[in-house]
Design a protein around this ligand. Structure first.
Ligand SMILES: O=C[C@H](O)COP(=O)(O)O
Length: 253
């Protein structure tokens, strides 16, 4: 079974440190059955393309405009991402929902634009700590995926990847426990299948404080197709160790 390791640099990086990171990455072909990629800030897409092109490692963006080309000052549309060879774009990350007020409607529009440009949307969903502790996390997750399937339809949602990212585990050093990830993934799968998305098309990642020392236990979670890695994706040794754990998981499956 394939495993995906996707880095999210967030708003971190500069030309000099990126060269070191991308060059190190480019030197390690992903093991068979492992898909490796990095989502970089917009200005560094040409740099990622220049260094990673010709390798099997993909690159992508962390956001996209809900509009096409036109008078939308400050926006970057999906066609531009496609021109720079983006294989993926993150959508609906909790940091965008929290700091930029992104709604389900806006997120659905972005997914639509990405699919039309043949860029894979990686859609982030997840609950806050209060929702986890009160038990409301199931309603929260169900609401997030239902909102997208209702707006986009089954076929489009089947072409997106989903990343379960509990907000309380992001950047805190406190990853969700494997049993919590397994429970949330199983719940999300059930909901998406109930909404009509075929089980065979579902790709579900986990994100939130994934590191070298917990990657193996996360890849062992049944039905976990991969990880979305924030801070550790900016550390060469950490990201390489996570990719190596993915390769071991594939070999052992
Ligand atoms: O997209 C990545 C997630 O927000 C996780 O970030 P983190 O690994 O720094 O906790």
């Amino acid at each position: 079974m394939k495993k995906i390791v996707l880095g999210n640099w967030k708003s971190v990086g500069d030309t000099a440190s990126n060269v070191v990171l991308l060059t190190a990455l480019a030197q390690h072909a992903p093991a068979a059955g492992v898909e490796l990629g990095v989502c970089v800030p917009y200005p560094y897409l040409p740099q990622a393309k220049a260094i990673l092109e010709g390798t099997e490692i993909g690159w992508g963006a962390q956001n996209v405009s809900p509009f096409g080309a036109g008078a939308y000052t400050g926006e970057v549309h999906a066609g531009m991402l496609a021109e720079f060879g983006c294989r993926y774009a993150l959508v609906g990350h909790s940091e965008r929902r929290q700091y930029f007020g992104e709604t389900d409607e806006l997120i659905a529009g972005k997914i639509d634009r990405l699919l039309a440009a043949n860029v894979r949307p990686v859609v982030c969903v997840g609950e806050t700590l209060a929702e986890r502790e009160s038990g409301a996390w199931r309603e929260m997750l169900e609401g997030q995926v239902r909102a997208l399937v209702t707006r986009l339809g089954v076929d489009k949602c089947a072409r997106a990847w989903f990343a379960y990212e509990p907000v309380w585990a992001i950047g805190t050093g406190r990853s969700a426990e494997p049993r919590d990830i397994a429970e949330a993934h199983a719940f999300l799968r059930r909901q998406l299948v109930a909404l009509g998305v075929p089980q065979r098309d579902l790709v579900l990642l986990y994100g939130g404080s994934v590191k070298a020392d917990n990657a193996q236990s996360i890849f062992a979670v049944p039905g976990c197709d991969g990880v979305l890695v924030g801070a550790a994706s900016r550390v060469v040794g950490e990201f390489a160790a996570i990719a190596a754990a993915a390769a071991r998981a594939v070999q052992g499956s």
